[in-house]
Write a protein that binds this ligand. Sequence first.
Ligand code: ATP
Length: 272
Amino acid sequence: MAATPLLELSGINKGFGPVQVLHDVSLSVYPGEVTALVGDNGAGKSTMVKCISGIYQIDSGTVTFEGNQVAIHTPSDASTLGIEVVYQDLALCDNLDVVQNMFLGREKKRGIVLDEPTMEQMAGDALASLSVRTLKSLRQLVASLSGGQRQTVAIAKAVLWNSKVVILDEPTAALGVAQTAQVLELVRRLADNGLGVVLISHNMNDVFAVSDRIAALYLGRMAAQVKTTDVTHSQVVELITAGRSGNLGLPPEKPAAELGGDVVDITPGGEK
Ligand SMILES: Nc1ncnc2c1ncn2[C@@H]1O[C@H](COP(=O)(O)OP(=O)(O)OP(=O)(O)O)[C@@H](O)[C@H]1O
């Protein structure tokens, strides 16, 4: 596993008027790894993702990408860096086919006409690189795809555009068992291809099936970022519901900031 984070957030604060949503939040996303971002409803996951993707601007804190401090003011800043968010509602167009969706807004042209053969080839290559074999045709309308296939297309789009960090917002929320397994395999392959993957999920089975690290937000504070192999289901549930887990086996006198990379903050109420 890589030691240097691809994306690192440090001391991020974000509020809306009098409402402080994110408090001094830090997060490290490593290439080749899946980092699960967990937290109860309202913990601040979406706000954090919107800060990373340039929809919101942070009030304070630093964002480092590939070792350089960056300022992400707009979604286009984020995509220029190589940060892509795949939202649960997917933003795919039902009336367009797979290729058209994957190139939407970034179509390849030869002169004044669309370069269909090149787009089809590139779309096919992106899907093949993820070992996706479930689509009958690249010219199938997205309306005719299953939920899992739609997720696949949305995720492959991120690969097509050479994203380095892909954030997946609840990619299995609307899927059945078999499709969930397929999408989780795809999530794993994204990381195996060297991308840094952030998986937002409420599903502990998914989190434990696919993640290398777990970052738990509690009431807008990062309660812990731990290696998945170092924690149990119930410890993660405690982090989500109480912001701490007394069973994590770390000395309680050690503040999170002093623990370095894999921090676990088990002081009451999280770091201040
Ligand atoms: N634009 C806004 N103005 C004021 N408060 C906001 C705004 N956006 C989010 N919040 C508040 O910030 C907190 C965190 O919300 P956020 O949507 O980030 O949580 P979440 O962890 O993504 O939750 P969920 O799992 O339900 O999607 C909530 O209390 C929410 O009400």
